[in-house]
Design a protein. Structure first.
Length: 109
């Protein structure tokens, strides 16, 4: 069995996915959409516990095989999901629209 070329780690814990903290987001629909994106692109989705960057909720980490994981924060609207889908499908460098959501991993400035 081969591992997927792309893995999406979707944080869902105390802040990410929390309707009390972010009531303007349909978190279940967002996770469903990320699973659809993964299914359409051959990626895998892992739902994780807190990734220790709660100020940036919702957080999604994209790990493309052979690349360092890329961390994205403030993943709350449909637009960023559209951009993630396109980037995962097309590959290449992180587009400017997604750079706006890029955050450092915990412990890095
Ligand atoms: S709950 Fe997502 S970073 Fe803490």
């Amino acid at each position: 069995m081969t591992s997927p070329a792309v893995r999406l780690t979707v944080c869902r814990d105390c802040c990410c996915g929390n309707a009390r903290k972010h009531p303007d987001v349909d978190h279940d629909a967002q996770l469903a959409r990320l699973r659809e994106i993964a299914a359409a692109t051959g990626a895998a989705v892992t739902v994780s516990e807190c990734l220790d960057v709660c100020d940036h909720a919702n957080v999604v980490v994209v790990h493309r095989k052979g690349d360092k994981p890329v961390w994205f924060g403030f993943v709350r609207g449909d637009g960023v999901l559209d951009d993630l889908h396109k980037w995962i499908k097309d590959g290449g460098p992180v587009p400017d629209t997604l750079e706006l959501h890029r955050i450092p991993p915990p412990g890095r400035p």
